[in-house]
Design a protein around this ligand. Structure first.
Ligand code: PMP
Length: 360
């Protein structure tokens, strides 16, 4: 047996130091899994049937998912080359960072935000510039604009922000983009867009209609559309910018089953949107209950809420876990709780109320 230290393969030191992506623990029958911002509803029968009927397993999928691109292009009023499909929107973030940002380049984003961003920058060899959130756990766009240098190649704006739930307004986004040099890519990560109920929030559709070639809008079928297992997300933007993402993509990673399921979901979108409304209403109830219990919950516009538990986070997470609520803890900072089954609501409020009493 060789000792781990003796393995002769040379791994880039920055990769050796990079922890793999961390996922919340999987739920047993007795627990609610509220740690990955998943949709608690089972897929609709029409979607399941469509996946079963998708192309034969021995054949490769259509490499560019043209049918899905055409369908989405219609909705966004763009041509099919203005849409790019990925195996989850996280793949497209990786592609865009790899396409724009190499060694010595900088990627600017708010922190705390989506946990995948730092690792994707490391893989590309780029440097992360993390701009602290403001006092309300939202993006500090002034500070982000000020952080842009002549080495900045990409800026990521996540709205609603994972894990804090805050949105960027349309007015603030427009003013921000006006300050970003035209040769710097702006990634507008709207993974949770469908859950937003605040009319002031930025909308990818509005940004695209304004004709901003350096902005790419990212959406996913994982959250509102409930297809997290199948891995399908998309980008809408300038065809030449998306060409760069297509060039860095791993070929054929979007399966025929994923494309078919996404198309079938769009066929039953009204029904899925009703479910989204149920989740948004549940979220508002949970956020209100938490605030009433004494938590300083920031604006919650995704399918999750943020408990700023600071140094008490690890101990608090243990108490949620012991009660059968699997939540996502960010030690020293806070806890993110996804809005899941209705049966979990009272339990979340009950445990959160007891935890807040013990906060320093
Ligand atoms: N962006 C944000 C902000 C997210 O929270 C997530 C998933 N947690 C993603 C992108 C990626 O989602 P997917 O790859 O499933 O489309």
């Amino acid at each position: 047996m060789t000792d781990d230290h003796e393995i002769p393969v040379r791994v880039r030191p920055e990769i050796a130091a990079l922890p793999p992506y961390r996922q919340g623990r999987q739920a047993g029958a007795e627990a609610f899994k509220l740690s990955s911002n998943e949709n608690p509803f089972d897929p609709l029968p029409g979607v399941v049937d469509a996946v079963r009927g998708a192309s034969a397993l021995n054949r490769y999928p259509d490499a560019t998912a043209l049918r899905l691109r055409e369908r989405l292009a219609d909705r966004f009023g763009v041509t099919a080359d203005g849409v790019h499909i990925g195996a989850g929107s996280v793949s497209i973030i990786a592609q865009l960072i790899a396409a724009t940002s190499g060694p010595g380049d900088e990627v600017v984003y708010a922190w705390r935000s989506f946990e995948a961003y730092p690792g994707l920058a490391v893989v590309a060899g780029a440097r992360s510039v993390q701009v602290p959130l403001d006092a309300d756990a939202g993006h500090d766009l002034d500070a982000m604009a000020a952080a842009i240098t002549d080495r900045t190649r990409a800026v990521i704006v996540c709205t609603p922000n994972n894990p804090t739930g805050t949105i960027v307004t349309q007015a603030a986004f427009d003013a921000f983009v006006a300050r970003v040099p035209a040769d710097v890519l702006v990634i507008l990560d709207e993974a949770y867009a469908e859950f937003v109920t605040d009319p002031a929030a930025v909308r990818g559709e509005t940004v695209l209609a304004a004709g901003r070639p350096n902005v790419v809008v990212l959406r996913t079928f994982s959250k509102a559309f409930g297809l997290a297992a199948l891995r399908v997300g998309y980008a809408v933007g300038h065809p030449r910018v998306l060409d760069a993402a297509r060039s860095t993509a791993i070929p054929l990673s979007v399966t025929a089953q994923a494309e078919t399921a996404a198309l079938a979901s769009l066929d039953v979108e009204d029904e899925l949107r009703e479910r989204v409304a149920v989740i948004a209403e549940r979220r508002d109830r949970v956020a209100a209950g938490l605030r009433a219990a004494g938590w300083r919950v920031p604006q919650a516009q995704g399918n999750f809420v943020w408990l700023p538990s600071g140094e008490a986070t690890a101990a608090a997470a243990v108490r949620f876990d012991a009660a059968g609520l699997i939540v996502r803890a960010f030690p020293g900072d806070g806890i993110r709780i996804s809005i899941g089954e209705e049966e979990a609501v009272d339990k979340v409020l009950q445990i959160a109320a007891s935890v807040v009493e013990d906060l320093p």
